[in-house]
Design a protein around this ligand. Structure first.
Ligand code: SAH
Ligand code: SF4
Length: 351
Protein backbone atom coordinates (compact mmCIF):
# COMPACT_ATOMS: atom_id res chain seq x y z
CA UNK A 1 0.00 0.00 0.00
CA UNK A 2 1.45 3.38 -0.93
CA UNK A 3 2.42 5.56 2.01
CA UNK A 4 3.72 8.69 0.41
CA UNK A 5 5.19 10.44 3.43
CA UNK A 6 8.30 8.55 4.56
CA UNK A 7 8.80 7.29 8.07
CA UNK A 8 12.04 8.79 9.44
CA UNK A 9 13.00 5.36 10.78
CA UNK A 10 12.99 3.93 7.26
CA UNK A 11 15.73 6.26 6.03
CA UNK A 12 19.44 5.59 6.13
CA UNK A 13 21.68 8.53 6.95
CA UNK A 14 22.18 9.68 3.36
CA UNK A 15 18.46 9.45 2.61
CA UNK A 16 17.80 11.60 5.67
CA UNK A 17 20.36 14.13 4.41
CA UNK A 18 18.60 14.23 1.04
CA UNK A 19 15.26 14.78 2.71
CA UNK A 20 16.65 17.73 4.64
CA UNK A 21 18.34 19.14 1.59
CA UNK A 22 15.02 18.97 -0.23
CA UNK A 23 13.59 21.38 2.34
CA UNK A 24 16.62 23.68 2.21
CA UNK A 25 18.31 22.49 5.40
CA UNK A 26 22.04 21.92 5.95
CA UNK A 27 23.41 18.39 6.30
CA UNK A 28 24.28 18.69 9.96
CA UNK A 29 20.59 18.70 10.74
CA UNK A 30 20.60 15.05 9.66
CA UNK A 31 23.18 14.27 12.37
CA UNK A 32 21.04 16.03 14.94
CA UNK A 33 17.90 14.15 13.93
CA UNK A 34 19.80 10.86 13.82
CA UNK A 35 20.85 11.47 17.43
CA UNK A 36 17.28 12.20 18.46
CA UNK A 37 16.08 9.01 16.79
CA UNK A 38 18.76 6.58 17.91
CA UNK A 39 20.44 8.10 20.98
CA UNK A 40 17.72 10.13 22.67
CA UNK A 41 15.03 7.71 21.45
CA UNK A 42 12.54 10.40 20.48
CA UNK A 43 9.01 9.12 19.90
CA UNK A 44 7.80 12.16 17.96
CA UNK A 45 9.23 15.01 15.97
CA UNK A 46 8.17 17.53 18.61
CA UNK A 47 10.53 15.81 21.11
CA UNK A 48 13.49 17.07 19.06
CA UNK A 49 13.84 20.28 21.03
CA UNK A 50 17.28 21.23 19.70
CA UNK A 51 15.68 21.79 16.28
CA UNK A 52 14.07 25.15 15.59
CA UNK A 53 10.28 25.05 15.88
CA UNK A 54 9.89 25.94 12.21
CA UNK A 55 12.04 22.99 11.20
CA UNK A 56 10.07 20.62 13.38
CA UNK A 57 6.88 21.86 11.72
CA UNK A 58 8.44 21.42 8.27
CA UNK A 59 9.65 17.94 9.16
CA UNK A 60 6.14 16.97 10.19
CA UNK A 61 4.93 18.02 6.77
CA UNK A 62 7.40 15.93 4.82
CA UNK A 63 7.85 12.89 7.08
CA UNK A 64 6.41 11.02 10.04
CA UNK A 65 8.10 9.44 13.01
CA UNK A 66 6.02 6.36 13.57
CA UNK A 67 6.22 4.91 17.06
CA UNK A 68 4.23 1.66 17.22
CA UNK A 69 1.44 1.48 19.80
CA UNK A 70 1.34 -1.44 22.26
CA UNK A 71 -1.86 -3.43 21.77
CA UNK A 72 -1.21 -6.21 24.28
CA UNK A 73 1.49 -7.28 26.70
CA UNK A 74 2.30 -10.58 28.32
CA UNK A 75 4.87 -11.03 31.07
CA UNK A 76 6.15 -14.44 32.13
CA UNK A 77 5.55 -15.47 35.75
CA UNK A 78 9.22 -14.93 36.58
CA UNK A 79 9.25 -11.52 34.86
CA UNK A 80 12.20 -12.60 32.72
CA UNK A 81 10.32 -12.55 29.45
CA UNK A 82 7.96 -9.90 28.15
CA UNK A 83 6.14 -10.00 24.89
CA UNK A 84 4.38 -7.00 23.31
CA UNK A 85 2.03 -6.87 20.36
CA UNK A 86 2.81 -3.70 18.38
CA UNK A 87 0.62 -1.88 15.90
CA UNK A 88 2.24 -0.66 12.70
CA UNK A 89 1.26 2.42 10.70
CA UNK A 90 -1.27 0.54 8.56
CA UNK A 91 -2.80 -1.29 11.51
CA UNK A 92 -0.88 -4.56 10.99
CA UNK A 93 0.31 -6.20 14.18
CA UNK A 94 3.63 -7.81 15.03
CA UNK A 95 5.14 -9.37 18.10
CA UNK A 96 8.36 -8.43 19.82
CA UNK A 97 9.85 -10.20 22.82
CA UNK A 98 12.34 -9.06 25.47
CA UNK A 99 14.29 -11.73 27.33
CA UNK A 100 16.20 -10.64 30.41
CA UNK A 101 19.13 -12.79 31.40
CA UNK A 102 21.70 -12.03 34.08
CA UNK A 103 24.23 -10.52 31.69
CA UNK A 104 22.13 -9.86 28.59
CA UNK A 105 18.92 -8.27 27.47
CA UNK A 106 17.88 -9.83 24.18
CA UNK A 107 15.16 -8.54 21.88
CA UNK A 108 13.52 -10.99 19.49
CA UNK A 109 12.27 -9.06 16.47
CA UNK A 110 9.81 -9.86 13.69
CA UNK A 111 10.73 -9.24 10.06
CA UNK A 112 7.38 -9.91 8.36
CA UNK A 113 3.69 -9.83 9.21
CA UNK A 114 2.93 -13.54 9.02
CA UNK A 115 5.10 -15.90 6.97
CA UNK A 116 4.71 -17.51 3.57
CA UNK A 117 6.65 -20.68 4.38
CA UNK A 118 3.96 -22.28 6.49
CA UNK A 119 5.91 -24.59 8.80
CA UNK A 120 3.29 -26.88 10.33
CA UNK A 121 4.31 -26.39 13.96
CA UNK A 122 4.68 -22.59 13.81
CA UNK A 123 1.91 -20.20 14.88
CA UNK A 124 3.16 -17.57 12.41
CA UNK A 125 3.25 -20.10 9.58
CA UNK A 126 -0.31 -21.10 10.42
CA UNK A 127 -1.58 -17.53 9.90
CA UNK A 128 -0.22 -17.06 6.36
CA UNK A 129 1.65 -14.07 4.93
CA UNK A 130 0.48 -10.43 4.99
CA UNK A 131 3.51 -8.31 4.11
CA UNK A 132 7.18 -7.53 4.69
CA UNK A 133 8.15 -5.14 7.47
CA UNK A 134 10.17 -2.10 6.46
CA UNK A 135 13.64 -1.58 7.93
CA UNK A 136 12.20 1.14 10.18
CA UNK A 137 9.49 -1.18 11.44
CA UNK A 138 12.15 -3.74 12.38
CA UNK A 139 14.35 -1.13 14.08
CA UNK A 140 11.33 0.36 15.90
CA UNK A 141 10.85 -2.94 17.74
CA UNK A 142 14.33 -2.64 19.25
CA UNK A 143 13.80 1.05 20.07
CA UNK A 144 10.59 0.06 21.85
CA UNK A 145 12.40 -2.08 24.42
CA UNK A 146 15.49 0.16 24.50
CA UNK A 147 13.19 2.91 25.83
CA UNK A 148 11.67 0.64 28.44
CA UNK A 149 15.10 -0.59 29.59
CA UNK A 150 16.63 2.85 29.69
CA UNK A 151 14.27 3.87 32.50
CA UNK A 152 16.01 1.12 34.51
CA UNK A 153 19.47 2.25 33.46
CA UNK A 154 19.84 -0.73 31.14
CA UNK A 155 20.25 -1.31 27.41
CA UNK A 156 19.38 -3.87 24.80
CA UNK A 157 22.53 -5.96 24.42
CA UNK A 158 21.54 -8.64 21.89
CA UNK A 159 19.12 -9.04 19.01
CA UNK A 160 17.72 -12.22 17.54
CA UNK A 161 15.79 -12.20 14.26
CA UNK A 162 13.54 -15.00 15.44
CA UNK A 163 10.13 -13.37 15.68
CA UNK A 164 7.42 -13.54 13.05
CA UNK A 165 8.49 -14.04 9.47
CA UNK A 166 11.41 -15.29 7.41
CA UNK A 167 14.17 -12.63 7.42
CA UNK A 168 15.90 -13.90 4.29
CA UNK A 169 12.67 -13.50 2.29
CA UNK A 170 12.73 -9.83 3.35
CA UNK A 171 16.41 -9.57 2.58
CA UNK A 172 16.99 -5.88 1.82
CA UNK A 173 14.95 -4.52 4.72
CA UNK A 174 16.50 -6.99 7.16
CA UNK A 175 20.00 -6.05 5.99
CA UNK A 176 19.18 -2.33 6.24
CA UNK A 177 17.87 -2.88 9.78
CA UNK A 178 21.05 -4.75 10.78
CA UNK A 179 23.17 -1.92 9.39
CA UNK A 180 21.17 0.72 11.24
CA UNK A 181 21.26 -1.21 14.52
CA UNK A 182 25.07 -1.51 14.24
CA UNK A 183 25.61 2.19 13.57
CA UNK A 184 28.11 3.69 16.04
CA UNK A 185 26.17 6.98 15.85
CA UNK A 186 23.05 5.11 16.92
CA UNK A 187 22.29 2.04 19.02
CA UNK A 188 25.71 0.55 18.25
CA UNK A 189 24.79 -3.08 18.78
CA UNK A 190 27.70 -5.36 17.87
CA UNK A 191 27.26 -7.67 14.89
CA UNK A 192 28.35 -10.62 16.98
CA UNK A 193 25.49 -9.86 19.32
CA UNK A 194 22.93 -10.35 16.56
CA UNK A 195 21.60 -13.68 15.36
CA UNK A 196 19.59 -14.15 12.20
CA UNK A 197 17.44 -17.26 12.15
CA UNK A 198 16.35 -18.68 8.82
CA UNK A 199 14.28 -21.59 7.63
CA UNK A 200 17.16 -22.18 5.20
CA UNK A 201 16.78 -20.26 1.95
CA UNK A 202 20.07 -21.56 0.54
CA UNK A 203 20.48 -18.94 -2.20
CA UNK A 204 19.95 -16.13 0.30
CA UNK A 205 22.35 -17.72 2.82
CA UNK A 206 25.04 -17.62 0.13
CA UNK A 207 24.24 -13.98 -0.58
CA UNK A 208 24.29 -13.15 3.13
CA UNK A 209 27.67 -14.88 3.45
CA UNK A 210 29.09 -12.34 0.99
CA UNK A 211 27.98 -9.29 3.00
CA UNK A 212 31.18 -9.46 5.05
CA UNK A 213 29.27 -9.30 8.31
CA UNK A 214 29.95 -11.09 11.57
CA UNK A 215 26.29 -11.72 12.36
CA UNK A 216 25.51 -15.16 13.83
CA UNK A 217 23.48 -17.47 11.65
CA UNK A 218 20.94 -19.92 13.02
CA UNK A 219 19.28 -22.39 10.68
CA UNK A 220 15.99 -24.01 11.65
CA UNK A 221 16.73 -27.58 10.68
CA UNK A 222 14.23 -29.68 12.69
CA UNK A 223 14.70 -32.70 10.43
CA UNK A 224 17.72 -34.39 8.86
CA UNK A 225 16.01 -36.13 5.95
CA UNK A 226 14.35 -34.32 3.04
CA UNK A 227 11.28 -36.49 3.42
CA UNK A 228 10.50 -35.46 7.00
CA UNK A 229 11.70 -31.91 6.56
CA UNK A 230 9.43 -31.20 3.60
CA UNK A 231 6.50 -32.57 5.61
CA UNK A 232 7.20 -30.23 8.52
CA UNK A 233 8.57 -27.26 6.62
CA UNK A 234 7.29 -26.81 3.07
CA UNK A 235 10.30 -24.84 1.83
CA UNK A 236 10.82 -24.86 -1.92
CA UNK A 237 12.49 -28.03 -3.28
CA UNK A 238 15.40 -25.90 -4.50
CA UNK A 239 16.38 -25.59 -0.87
CA UNK A 240 16.74 -29.28 -0.11
CA UNK A 241 19.20 -30.46 2.52
CA UNK A 242 22.13 -30.88 0.12
CA UNK A 243 21.75 -27.28 -1.10
CA UNK A 244 21.21 -26.07 2.46
CA UNK A 245 24.29 -27.75 3.90
CA UNK A 246 26.44 -26.48 1.03
CA UNK A 247 25.23 -22.93 1.68
CA UNK A 248 25.84 -23.24 5.42
CA UNK A 249 29.35 -24.50 4.77
CA UNK A 250 29.94 -21.49 2.55
CA UNK A 251 28.73 -19.19 5.36
CA UNK A 252 31.18 -20.84 7.74
CA UNK A 253 34.04 -20.61 5.25
CA UNK A 254 33.46 -16.95 4.54
CA UNK A 255 32.71 -15.74 8.08
CA UNK A 256 34.58 -18.24 10.24
CA UNK A 257 31.56 -18.18 12.54
CA UNK A 258 29.98 -21.22 14.12
CA UNK A 259 26.48 -21.79 12.77
CA UNK A 260 23.63 -22.95 15.00
CA UNK A 261 21.09 -25.55 13.93
CA UNK A 262 17.73 -25.18 15.65
CA UNK A 263 15.86 -28.39 16.36
CA UNK A 264 12.46 -28.27 18.09
CA UNK A 265 11.94 -31.75 19.52
CA UNK A 266 8.50 -33.05 18.55
CA UNK A 267 7.43 -36.23 20.29
CA UNK A 268 7.55 -39.26 18.02
CA UNK A 269 8.20 -37.12 14.93
CA UNK A 270 11.78 -35.83 14.78
CA UNK A 271 13.14 -37.23 18.05
CA UNK A 272 13.70 -40.76 16.74
CA UNK A 273 17.07 -42.58 16.75
CA UNK A 274 16.96 -42.51 12.92
CA UNK A 275 16.72 -38.71 12.86
CA UNK A 276 19.48 -38.37 15.48
CA UNK A 277 21.76 -40.62 13.43
CA UNK A 278 20.93 -38.77 10.19
CA UNK A 279 21.63 -35.46 11.91
CA UNK A 280 24.96 -36.67 13.26
CA UNK A 281 25.97 -38.00 9.84
CA UNK A 282 25.07 -34.73 8.14
CA UNK A 283 26.95 -32.39 10.45
CA UNK A 284 29.93 -34.39 11.67
CA UNK A 285 33.06 -32.26 11.28
CA UNK A 286 31.23 -28.99 10.59
CA UNK A 287 31.72 -25.86 12.71
CA UNK A 288 28.16 -26.03 14.01
CA UNK A 289 26.22 -26.34 17.24
CA UNK A 290 22.79 -27.91 17.69
CA UNK A 291 20.18 -26.12 19.77
CA UNK A 292 17.57 -28.59 21.00
CA UNK A 293 14.36 -26.80 22.00
CA UNK A 294 11.20 -28.43 23.31
CA UNK A 295 8.30 -27.83 20.90
CA UNK A 296 5.94 -25.09 22.00
CA UNK A 297 2.53 -26.62 21.24
CA UNK A 298 0.26 -24.50 19.02
CA UNK A 299 -3.45 -24.81 18.28
CA UNK A 300 -2.94 -25.54 14.59
CA UNK A 301 -0.64 -28.54 15.00
CA UNK A 302 -1.14 -31.72 17.05
CA UNK A 303 2.56 -32.27 17.90
CA UNK A 304 3.74 -32.26 21.52
CA UNK A 305 7.17 -31.70 23.11
CA UNK A 306 9.27 -34.85 23.32
CA UNK A 307 9.10 -37.11 26.35
CA UNK A 308 12.12 -37.29 28.61
CA UNK A 309 12.95 -40.79 27.36
CA UNK A 310 12.95 -39.65 23.75
CA UNK A 311 15.13 -36.65 24.56
CA UNK A 312 17.57 -38.91 26.38
CA UNK A 313 17.76 -41.44 23.55
CA UNK A 314 18.24 -38.63 21.02
CA UNK A 315 20.98 -36.88 22.97
CA UNK A 316 22.73 -40.21 23.69
CA UNK A 317 23.25 -40.67 19.98
CA UNK A 318 24.59 -37.11 19.60
CA UNK A 319 26.90 -37.71 22.58
CA UNK A 320 28.27 -40.89 21.08
CA UNK A 321 28.98 -39.09 17.80
CA UNK A 322 30.57 -36.12 19.64
CA UNK A 323 28.07 -33.65 18.21
CA UNK A 324 28.06 -30.39 20.20
CA UNK A 325 24.55 -29.46 21.35
CA UNK A 326 22.67 -27.53 24.01
CA UNK A 327 19.41 -28.76 25.46
CA UNK A 328 17.29 -25.66 26.07
CA UNK A 329 14.71 -25.33 28.75
CA UNK A 330 11.41 -23.82 27.87
CA UNK A 331 11.58 -20.11 28.23
CA UNK A 332 8.50 -17.97 28.30
CA UNK A 333 6.34 -21.07 27.73
CA UNK A 334 3.75 -19.69 30.12
CA UNK A 335 3.34 -16.58 27.97
CA UNK A 336 3.30 -18.38 24.64
CA UNK A 337 6.61 -16.83 23.65
CA UNK A 338 6.78 -18.98 20.53
CA UNK A 339 6.63 -16.70 17.52
CA UNK A 340 3.17 -15.68 16.39
CA UNK A 341 1.42 -17.06 19.41
CA UNK A 342 0.34 -13.80 21.06
CA UNK A 343 -1.05 -12.42 17.81
CA UNK A 344 -2.84 -15.71 17.21
CA UNK A 345 -4.38 -15.57 20.69
CA UNK A 346 -5.55 -11.95 20.36
CA UNK A 347 -7.10 -12.77 16.98
CA UNK A 348 -8.97 -15.73 18.44
CA UNK A 349 -10.37 -13.51 21.19
CA UNK A 350 -11.58 -10.89 18.75
CA UNK A 351 -13.18 -13.23 16.23
N1 SAH B 1 11.59 -17.82 9.94
C1 SAH B 1 12.77 -17.95 10.71
C2 SAH B 1 12.78 -17.14 11.99
C3 SAH B 1 11.52 -17.10 12.80
S1 SAH B 1 11.03 -18.57 13.62
C4 SAH B 1 13.04 -19.42 11.01
O1 SAH B 1 12.18 -20.24 10.76
O2 SAH B 1 14.14 -19.71 11.47
C5 SAH B 1 12.19 -18.67 14.97
C6 SAH B 1 12.42 -20.08 15.47
O3 SAH B 1 11.28 -20.58 16.18
C7 SAH B 1 12.71 -21.08 14.37
O4 SAH B 1 13.80 -21.90 14.75
C8 SAH B 1 11.44 -21.87 14.32
O5 SAH B 1 11.63 -23.13 13.75
C9 SAH B 1 11.06 -21.91 15.78
N2 SAH B 1 9.68 -22.27 16.07
C10 SAH B 1 8.58 -21.91 15.40
N3 SAH B 1 7.49 -22.44 15.99
C11 SAH B 1 7.91 -23.15 17.05
C12 SAH B 1 7.25 -23.93 18.04
N4 SAH B 1 5.94 -24.08 18.04
N5 SAH B 1 8.00 -24.51 18.99
C13 SAH B 1 9.36 -24.36 18.99
N6 SAH B 1 10.03 -23.64 18.09
C14 SAH B 1 9.32 -23.04 17.12
FE1 SF4 C 1 8.02 -18.93 8.84
FE2 SF4 C 1 10.06 -19.49 10.50
FE3 SF4 C 1 7.51 -19.95 11.22
FE4 SF4 C 1 8.63 -21.46 9.35
S1 SF4 C 1 9.24 -21.33 11.51
S2 SF4 C 1 6.59 -20.55 9.26
S3 SF4 C 1 9.89 -19.98 8.31
S4 SF4 C 1 8.42 -17.99 10.82
Amino acid sequence: MPQKIPNLLDLDHSQLESLLESVGQPRYRADQIWQWLYKQLATEVQDMTSLPKALRAKLEEVAVLHTPRVLATQESLTGETRKDLLEMRDGEQVEVVLMRYIQRRTVCVSTQVGCAIGCRFCATGQMGFQRNLSSGEIVAQVLHFERALRTQGRRVTNIVFMGMGEPLLNYNNTLAAITRLMDPAGLQIGQRRMTLSTVGISTAIRRFAKEKLQVNLAVSLHAATDELRSELMPVDQRHDLDALFAAVQEYINRTNREVTFEWALIDGVNDTPEQAAALAARIAGMLVHVNLIPLNPTDGYPGQPSSEEHVEAFTDILDRRHIPYTLRLRRGGDIQAGCGQLRARIHRQST
